[in-house]
Design a protein around this ligand. Structure first.
Ligand SMILES: [Zn+2]
Length: 294
């Protein structure tokens, strides 16, 4: 039995430049599975992707979203998980054949890549890093991403059983005068002994005890996490606006309305000729007029 609701907890090594995060997802993960009928290997991968996005988002100070995306040309063509600074998670995958065989990341996606994007809310200042897919699993791919980047040394461990997802992250902080020079190697070695079922089933304080009982660890309070999709009629209207009036009117002429569904949450958005007329009647204004309709 899992003792934790959806949450993330930071911990630090009191006398060393090492910090960590632990994440546990139940409800938020099941909200993602409820919206699509995923084959088991895809469902497990999405759980790991959500855990990874939630862990990585905790390591940066930002307002916006951290997006973890895997793209390929195999049985699975895309998996995306994002985590916002407000602790909101969402995820979606696309796949071809109904039955996706279990396999390594490279077998699931074929030729592909892993991209990690930081998308700030209030600016166009996106940061994106990309590595080709070569690895066994998602955790190895994220480790590879950090090994190639100039960011802080970071390791990640992930687990998902199709019902819940969990993960552990360790990060080596910049060297200050440090009396415990072996701490990073020791922490990494100890963390590597975690088994997937322990990550999934043990409460977070028990995981800390299990791994680091001989270390001085400070465990911070839990931060609750939840499923939330930030899509809105205004955002769809704004995308429609950028298509241009001619294009929008020609779709209306053909199909009477412009209909779209949010990939992440399934919400339907429809615009008829009156909506489109209204959308473009303010042309010249700095922003498209939006209105909420549920
Ligand atoms: Zn949505």
């Amino acid at each position: 039995m899992s003792a934790d609701p959806d949450q993330r907890r930071r911990f630090i090594f009191e006398y060393a430049n090492v910090r960590g995060e632990l994440i546990h997802l139940d409800h938020s993960y099941r909200e993602v599975l409820r919206r699509h009928d995923y084959p088991a290997p895809v469902a497990r991968l999405l759980g790991e992707a959500m855990a990874a996005a939630g862990l990585l988002a905790a390591t940066i100070k930002f307002q916006g979203s951290l997006i973890l995306q895997i793209q390929g040309s195999g049985p699975v063509t895309m998996a995306v998980a994002s985590a916002s600074h407000a602790s909101e998670l969402r995820a979606v995958a696309r796949h071809g054949e109904r039955d996706v065989p279990d396999g390594t990341l490279a077998e699931l996606f074929g030729e592909g890549y892993l991209a990690i994007t930081i998308d700030p809310e209030e600016s166009n200042d996106r940061y994106q890093g990309i590595v080709p897919l070569q690895s066994e699993g998602l955790a190895e791919a994220v480790d590879g991403y950090f090994a190639q980047s100039e960011q802080l040394p970071t390791r990640i461990w992930l687990a998902c059983d199709g019902k819940s997802a969990a993960g552990l992250l360790l990060q080596r902080l910049p060297d200050a005068p440090n009396p415990d020079a072996d701490a990073w190697d020791r922490a990494e070695h100890l963390a590597s002994t975690i088994r997937p079922e322990e990550l999934l089933k043990l409460a977070i304080p028990d995981i800390i005890r299990r791994l680091f009982h001989e270390e001085d660890i400070r465990l911070y309070p839990p931060e609750p996490l939840r499923f939330h999709c930030p899509c809105s009629r205004e955002r769809v209207a704004s995308a429609l606006y950028s298509l241009g009036r001619d294009e929008a009117e020609s779709i209306i002429a053909e199909q009477q309305e412009i209909e779209t569904h949010c990939d992440f949450c399934g919400q339907r958005y429809a615009f008829d000729s009156v909506d489109v007329e209204q959308l473009f009647s303010g042309e010249g204004d700095s922003s498209p007029p939006g209105r909420t309709r549920h």
